[in-house]
Design a protein around this ligand. Structure first.
Ligand code: PMP
Ligand code: GLU
Length: 398
């Protein structure tokens, strides 16, 4: 069968592929220490589950408006007013099938053939794929571990051309956990204003922070003036352990929101009605579950960082947010690992680690960061302890 050119050139999501590989081994009865997928290991809090059941019983099992139910849009507006003092209108909010879908809506609605989208590397696997799917060109800006994997205003400025349409920014970042300071963000916002570039700010990990600095919504920058050229992407997946419910949102100028709503109405109709009511309960109900999960992630982060820093040759920039440790293993390339295996890149490293030690990580190659691997610490401490023991043994650290 002849497939379309666009689909032929599309690679599967590397994070999802790595998780599937680990699952395939597990299905053979093998114990696998699986640190691939970036999703909270907690179950969705009880009161949110109860709201979903109540929604079904109340008959909310039909189509909803394509862009989401008005109550949820209002709740999203209230959230940003509470957390950031930002006043948005419901016609600026679009509810979608997860933040990944939100990103697709943004990129497809703004970019076409020949347009350039700036993406700081390391970047989340789907960014470049979604840009290419729209026929646009990802322009990758390398950042370094020494700079905490943050793109400077100068780097941003230098990457802009007359074809630049959009910056895809992600703080806290997947895969590095890097968080930008307010000052650094102000610098980027200033460049975006001066060079007339739109910013899509993916803030899906905004509630998972481990530094003393509070979360910064990109739209608050430049005294609030940044909002005009900002598209916020976020959702319930990470903060409320709701990855399977598939609810994300964008907040954007109303004209773009309306265009994205049209696109969504043709592509998917509305996001799941029941998930929307569950998300409404998440946003309007008690928030202590968010902090309880964050504290547990913080405990695991401490443990993981302690272990990794103790492994000679391993280097990393400590993550300020999200639930990933992104560490450099290139010191171990061409040295005997495990039972004597030699590898020459991060992809081979992950394959050998999985095969010999049954520990699953994601290769940095997929994130535009050769030499690195990503460990998701959204896994319980016992698992992390045993997995890290195995990694240490595999490295033959002396
Ligand atoms: N953005 C980033 C940076 C992510 O890591 C993810 C992965 N979950 C998403 C967006 C997509 O989130 P969702 O599961 O809500 O589609
Ligand atoms: N975002 C998560 C990750 O990076 C989930 C998988 C995906 O959607 O790529 O692992």
């Amino acid at each position: 069968m002849k497939l379309s050119a666009v689909v032929q050139s599309l690679k599967p999501s590397a994070t999802i592929a790595a998780a599937a590989q680990a699952k395939a081994l597990k299905s053979q009865g093998i114990t696998v220490y699986d640190f691939t997928l970036g999703e909270p290991d907690f179950n969705t809090p009880e009161h949110i589950q109860a709201a979903a059941i109540a929604a079904m019983k109340a008959g909310h099992t039909h189509y909803t408006p394509s862009g989401g139910i008005p109550e949820l849009k209002k709740a999203v507006c209230s959230l940003y007013e509470r957390d950031y003092g930002l006043k948005f209108q419901p016609n600026q909010v679009l509810i979608s099938n997860g933040a990944k879908h939100s990103l697709h809506n943004v990129i497809t609605s703004l970019c076409g053939a020949g347009d350039e989208v700036i993406i700081p590397a390391p970047y989340w696997v789907s960014y470049s794929a979604l840009v290419e799917l729209a026929g646009a060109i990802p322009v990758i800006v390398e950042t370094s571990e020494a700079d905490g994997f943050r793109m400077s205003a100068q780097q941003f400025d230098s990457a802009i051309t007359s074809r630049t349409r959009l910056l895809l920014l992600n703080s806290p970042s997947n895969p590095t956990g890097a968080t930008y300071s307010r000052e650094q963000l102000e610098g980027l916002a200033e460049v975006a204003r001066r060079r007339d570039v739109l910013v899509c700010s993916d803030e899906i990990y905004e509630k998972l922070l481990y530094t003393n600095e509070p979360a910064h919504c990109f739209a608050v920058l430049l005294g609030g003036a940044a909002a005009e050229r900002t598209i916020i992407v976020s959702g319930v997946s990470k903060a409320y352990a709701m990855t399977g419910w598939r609810i994300g949102w964008t907040i954007a100028p109303a004209v773009l929101t309306s265009a994205m709503d049209n696109l969504q109405s043709q592509e998917t109709s509305n996001p799941c009605s029941i998930s929307q009511y569950a998300s409404l309960a998440a946003l309007t109900g008690p928030q202590d579950c968010v902090e309880a999960m964050r504290m547990e992630f913080a405990r695991r982060r401490e443990y993981v960082l302690g272990r990794l820093h103790a492994m000679r040759g391993v280097t990393l920039a400590d993550p300020g947010g999200a639930f990933y440790a992104f560490f450099n293993v290139s010191h171990y390339f061409s040295r005997p690992l495990g039972k004597g295996t030699k590898v020459s890149n991060a992809t081979e490293f992950c394959a050998a680690l999985l095969e010999e030690s049954h520990v699953a990580l994601v290769s940095g190659d997929a994130f535009g960061a050769p030499g690195y691997v990503r460990l998701s610490f959204a896994s319980d401490l016992d698992n992390l302890r045993m997995g890290l023991d195995r990694i240490e043994k595999f490295l033959n650290v002396d």
